[in-house]
Design a protein. Structure first.
Length: 313
């Protein structure tokens, strides 16, 4: 009798556990955004959802094509880059209304705006319900990245067909995000700086910014460069070597023929190969003609990875 009861109890518990697993699986799949299938940033959005960076509306939709508001954008950057106020001492409890004219206290986005006031160079006149342009989002995202880790990137010279449309105060941020692989140009090499950024585009950039910070940490080197690199105008070229391997060539301009360039390390992360390059210094016992010289080096990378230039180590 006791044995049969024990068996029935164990069987019931097993059935309950199996049912619970099925229910949890159903809940997990139901919680996924139903409107991002086919979106180019779908995988990035799912990853950010799992980390609690983004959430859906009352119907569980992400609305990837909707314009991103300042409230949504600030929250996405603060959460995605894990910006916080640890280590900052306050005389009194900070309020959003202390730093902004139109940001109310006690709203779902209020705390994010408080954090943003320390890191993102957010204007006092910002209105949470207005949409963000692509250039403004890029600027605030870059400020957030810079606040997390000091780093140096070469001054890029990228072909941006509508570069003249980018406001001067945002131009460098846009160029550096493009150079780091965080932002992308369209097929016509346009950035469309004045267009309102979509929720999907913003999520994609925040995801890539987080990956960039991870690869900085994974490099195992100090993120802040003490001296500027003598190499300028870095360019990256990729050509097939075999069906599975690409030859990736890095070119740069050096002050004279005594300099060289080498790939110090490669960090593979999320389908990208981050190439950390560094200059090969000239022989101090030789005299070189002071003529700008192109230097280059090549490495071989699996074709499944997208090569990206990272900061010099």
């Amino acid at each position: 009798m006791n044995t049969r009861r024990g068996c029935r109890y164990r069987l019931s518990a097993a059935m309950f556990a199996a049912g619970l697993l099925i229910w949890l699986s159903f809940v997990g799949s139901a919680a996924a955004f139903p409107d991002i299938q086919g979106d180019p940033n779908a995988d990035r959005i799912r990853h950010l959802q799992e980390e609690g960076v983004v959430s859906g509306d009352a119907n569980g939709r992400f609305r990837p094509d909707d314009r991103l508001t300042y409230a949504e954008g600030v929250s996405m950057i603060v959460k995605g880059l894990k910006l916080g106020l640890d280590g900052i001492r306050f005389v009194k409890e900070p309020k959003a209304s202390d730093s902004y004219d139109f940001v109310l206290d006690g709203k779902w986005y209020s705390d994010a705006f408080i954090t943003a006031s320390f890191y993102l160079d957010m204007p006092r006149s910002v209105k949470p319900d207005l949409s963000m342009t692509r250039e403004r989002f890029a600027y605030h995202l870059y400020r957030g990245i810079s606040s997390k880790a000091g780093f140096a990137l070469p001054k890029p010279k990228l072909v941006i067909e509508d570069a003249a449309d980018i406001a001067p105060e945002y131009r460098e941020s846009v160029q550096l995000l493009l150079f780091a692989g965080i932002a992308e140009l369209d097929k016509d090499r346009r950035f469309e700086p004045k267009r309102a950024i979509t929720r999907s585009e913003a999520a994609g950039m925040v995801y890539e910014a987080s990956a960039f910070l991870r690869q900085l940490e994974a490099s195992g080197k100090p993120a802040k460069a003490s001296d500027p690199s003598p190499l300028t105008d870095l360019k990256l070229e990729s050509a097939p070597l075999t069906g599975e391997v690409n030859t990736v060539t890095v070119r740069a301009t050096a002050p004279h023929p005594g300099y060289g360039i080498r790939v110090a390390s490669i960090v593979f992360d999320q389908g990208k190969a981050f190439l950390h390059v560094e200059p090969v210094m000239p022989n101090p016992d030789r005299i070189y003609p002071q003529v700008l010289t192109e230097v280059s080096t090549a490495v071989y990378i699996g074709s499944e990875y997208k090569p990206v230039l990272a900061l010099p180590e």
